[in-house]
Design a protein. Structure first.
Lengths: 261, 239
């Protein structure tokens, strides 16, 4: 190979690399991927409906069933929450004052159902628990400047027939589960929702990143059953006044005297 | 030349590796700019365009019945967690799925549901949203609501005075809404009629118009503050 040939070969290699990068840029760095455009509408529509956790639990565990890798200081906080809860003290829990649960806790809370709806520009997860609504703008980007919220700042997108919800800016005083699993304001949660078993179940895969709370990133997987029932209006404050905050059935069986006939 | 070739190769490899390593950015799909042309498809987000007038429905008594338990008031919403009824004016996102129509509202109620082609069950718990059933009459969706509780905001808050009208619900209050698309589907007209024959209440009708407003998102509202949530509604009524 002559020097000129080698130079031309390297030049072609350089241009090929640059073009490859640009093509990758177009396909992976801003444009819709094939998966984002090729999903079956029915598969996406199947995600809508009422869902309820298949196996009730007050603890969010990792995919292999172990405890999330809490840093030592946060492990101590978590154990304090559990001890206080066993002693009947829920002062550490914002939800005991009817503040929003946040996710993923809201999906687990006392097996209460939630209803999912989506359209082209948004998705809504409507929880029975105190009528909470997690609004997810679709095809949007994080602004990172809107402050912290119990449901954080969420953006959604489709990856094939999987709804991917990316959550940041979550208020640090919320808990990841009912047992009191803490997190920090740097929590980054990625939720992947899709139906399985011919639409009878909803699978929610979670990826949790929070270096201020956990020693490593971790994953969890939750399975929900499609619920043939309907969402019933719930008023947390009313339950609190009736001292029924942790009663499951009060929102489903209102007092007879209140009935319209 | 060698430097240029090297730069091209390095730049190409860098861009390639960066793009392959970086997570895909959220796609920015073009949102739907126009509502469906189907008059029976109300899906989408709707923002109040022409609010109801507080004077609506205040004409003289009809058929001899007296004015109902209707008050014009002002509530300090900073001091009470007051749950709005499904009839209060608020930006509303409508989803239609099978025989259910869900309205997600940017207020403290957050959601109400209308069950199509059903009757009210014989016994229903009183709720802030009430129990709503709907049917199509031509291109108008007629929604029938009963079993409401609490104070129902009926018109829009006056920006100058902060006042708005409320009806104090009773177990026999009956509300009929008529929803229809107008202006080639760009607007939604809502006519709401309140009637309570058991209390002799004068029928009361308001009309408001919503504008199609895709990508209207309301930030999370934190209604339930410690302690304040337990303040009775009456305690927050301002003079």
């Amino acid at each position: 190979m002559t020097g000129g040939t080698a130079t031309r070969a390297l030049q072609r290699l350089g241009w090929a690399g640059l073009c490859g990068g640009l093509l990758a840029s177009l396909s992976n760095c801003g444009m819709k991927s094939t998966a984002e455009t090729a999903a079956e509408p029915d598969a996406r529509a199947a995600i809508d409906g009422v869902w309820r956790i298949a196996q009730a639990s007050d603890r969010l565990l990792t995919t292999d069933g172990s405890m999330p890798p809490l840093l030592p200081d946060l492990q101590e906080v978590y154990e304090q929450h559990i001890a206080a809860r066993h002693a009947g003290d829920r002062s550490w829990d914002p939800a005991s004052h009817c503040r929003p649960l946040g996710e993923p806790r809201a999906m687990l809370e006392l097996s209460w159902p939630f209803e999912l709806h989506h359209s082209d520009d948004r998705a809504d997860i409507l929880y029975q628990w105190n009528r909470l609504d997690h609004v997810i703008p679709m095809a949007a980007r994080h602004t990172r400047s809107t402050g912290n919220f119990y449901f954080g700042e969420s953006v959604g997108r489709w990856d094939g027939d999987t709804l991917v919800i990316d959550v940041i800016n979550v208020r640090a005083d919320s808990m990841l589960d009912s047992s009191g699993m803490p997190h920090s304001a740097s929590l980054h949660l990625v939720e992947r929702l899709r139906t399985i078993n011919d639409g009878r179940n909803l699978e929610v895969s979670l990826h949790v990143s929070d270096p201020a709370t956990f020693s490593s990133e971790w994953d969890a997987r939750l399975i929900f059953d499609r619920d043939p029932g309907r969402i019933v209006e719930d008023d947390c404050v009313e339950r609190l006044q009736l001292n029924e905050y942790y009663t499951l059935d009060n929102a489903r069986q209102p007092a007879e005297a209140d009935h319209h006939t | 030349m060698a430097l240029r070739v090297k730069w091209l190769a390095v730049a190409g490899a860098t861009v390639t590796s960066w793009c392959l390593a970086a997570p895909p950015r959220a796609p920015v799909a073009a949102p739907p700019r126009q509502p469906s042309e189907d008059p029976h498809d109300l899906t989408g987000t709707w923002r109040v365009a022409e609010p109801a007038d507080a004077a609506d429905g205040l004409a003289g008594p009809e058929d001899g019945r007296r004015p109902g338990p209707r008050v014009t008031t002002r509530i300090d919403l900073n001091h009470v967690c007051w749950i709005a009824s499904g009839l209060a004016p608020a930006t509303t996102t409508i989803y239609q799925r099978g025989s259910q129509l869900a309205m997600v509202k940017a207020d403290s109620l957050r959601a109400r549901r209308i069950y199509l082609n059903e009757s009210h069950p014989p016994k229903i718990a009183l709720t802030h949203a009430g129990h709503s059933v709907g049917r199509w009459d031509g291109d108008t969706l007629i929604i029938d609501t009963v079993a409401l509780k609490g104070a129902l905001q009926t018109d829009d808050v006056d920006a100058d005075t902060g006042r708005f009208s409320m009806i104090m619900s009773t177990p026999t209050l009956h509300v009929v809404e008529r929803l229809s698309k107008i202006d080639d589907g760009a607007k939604l007209r809502q006519e709401v009629s309140f009637d309570d024959q058991a209390t002799g209440m004068q029928p009361y009708t308001i009309t408001r118009t919503y504008q199609y407003a895709p990508r209207s998102f309301t930030p999370e509202a934190e209604c339930e503050l410690d302690g304040d949530a337990l303040v009775a509604t009456d305690a927050a009524v301002l003079p």
